[in-house]
Design a protein around this ligand. Sequence first.
Ligand code: HEC
Length: 192
Amino acid sequence: MKTLRTLTLAGSLSLLMLTPASVMSAAQDEPMFTPQQMTDWLHLVMSSDRTVYTRLIVNRLQNKEKVIKASEHFEDDKALVLPAQMFRFGAEMVGEATDDFSYSLLSEWPINKQNAPRTEVEKAGLAYIAANKGENYYATEELGGTTYFTAVYADIAVAPACVSCHNDHKDTPRTDFKLGDVMGGVVIRVPM
Ligand code: HEC
């Protein structure tokens, strides 16, 4: 199993330069960041990549230039992978490489029923981020005997392609998404 040693080291080094207190805890080899900082950083990378893929690849080539479509059946259709598939394939690779954290993309209005919230924290988190725009949701939960720090971040309609594809999809339970709406949430879990 791979660990987040590198991240711990990077965190220690940058904090070392800040305060004597952080030097002390660096010397004691204590974790140099909280689970929340870790999930916030992970989410920043995920959401940035997701936005870039959607805006610069899918929205530009499908919606603006009309060169190529994005499709669930991207192999048969010789099309682009959907942003949600791009995200899931990454999450699956991470799952093969480490148990230190895991993540998924869920929604209260899922096209794919597999992406509906299951745990109480997922349900509460998705409801919270939809009702409190701009805020994240953090909780701990126990699943299968392990305690997790679980963070839920809003997944926003950042491009017209998000809205048009979901509203027009045959399996969508919701057809009134607008640009800027919360469409679901990214759930990141870290075992404590
Ligand atoms: C070309 C169509 C298309 C585009 C563009 C698209 N989606 Fe999706 N999205 C889907 C499909 C289809 C699924 C279900 C994929 C699966 O099988 O898991 C999905 C899944 C999701 C999910 C998980 C819940 C669900 O509906 O199953 C969220 C949240 C989501 N998309 C938000 C977005 C956002 C935000 C954007 C823009 C950044 C976006 N989508 C762009 C088609 C699209």
